[in-house]
Ligand binder design. Structure first.
Ligand code: HEC
Length: 147
């Protein structure tokens, strides 16, 4: 009985591995000049806490290849890069940059980095002070007064 159940679970798990989503391949040549420019302190926080989803420098964890978790992980990377890729910054027009700066101010205290990600990446945790610093930096780039 237990054996049959275990085999079923294993079978379903193996079948699940056939479902994978593809993240678009990063371009062959990534121009370092296009990367966002920020003070060193901000840059190191972005790299540590945001780059897994918001750049091409994704460090994929082992479970990032195992379905069904991989579906979640890869879609975050795909959507994260679409929302803001800090290595594509130089290719963004001013409107997109403004949208991202505003998005950072809006999300840095609650939604970003994603809480689920933080539960698996302790080293990406940001303190309240660090979040305030990132928000202040983003705010300083927002053009209009009303946001
Ligand atoms: C685990 C992946 C992941 C990490 C890490 C992450 N993000 Fe995101 N981010 C996403 C995804 C997915 C979206 C698009 C869906 C959404 O808005 O929730 C997004 C959207 C955004 C947006 C647009 C939000 C809006 O509503 O305008 C901003 C700005 C952003 N992220 C900033 C950051 C910053 C800054 C960090 C680091 C402090 C960070 N993110 C870390 C996955 C991530």
């Amino acid at each position: 009985m237990f054996k049959t159940l275990a085999l079923w679970v294993l079978g379903v798990f193996l079948l699940l591995q056939l479902i994978q989503i593809k993240i678009p391949e990063p371009p062959k040549h990534i121009d370092p000049a296009k990367e966002i420019k920020a003070p060193k302190k901000i840059m190191s926080m972005l790299k540590r806490s945001c780059y897994d989803c918001h750049s091409y420098q994704t460090k994929m964890p082992w479970y990032g290849y195992i379905s069904p978790v991989s579906l979640e992980v890869k879609s975050h990377i795909k959507e994260g890069r679409e929302a803001a890729n800090f290595q594509e910054w130089g290719n963004y027009d001013e409107a997109k940059k403004q949208k991202i700066y505003k998005g950072i101010v809006k999300t840095i205290h609650f939604r970003m980095p994603m809480p689920m990600y933080l539960s698996m990446h302790k080293d990406a945790k940001l303190t309240k002070t660090q979040r305030d610093e990132i928000a202040a930096w983003a705010k300083s780039h927002i053009k209009e007064e009303a946001y």
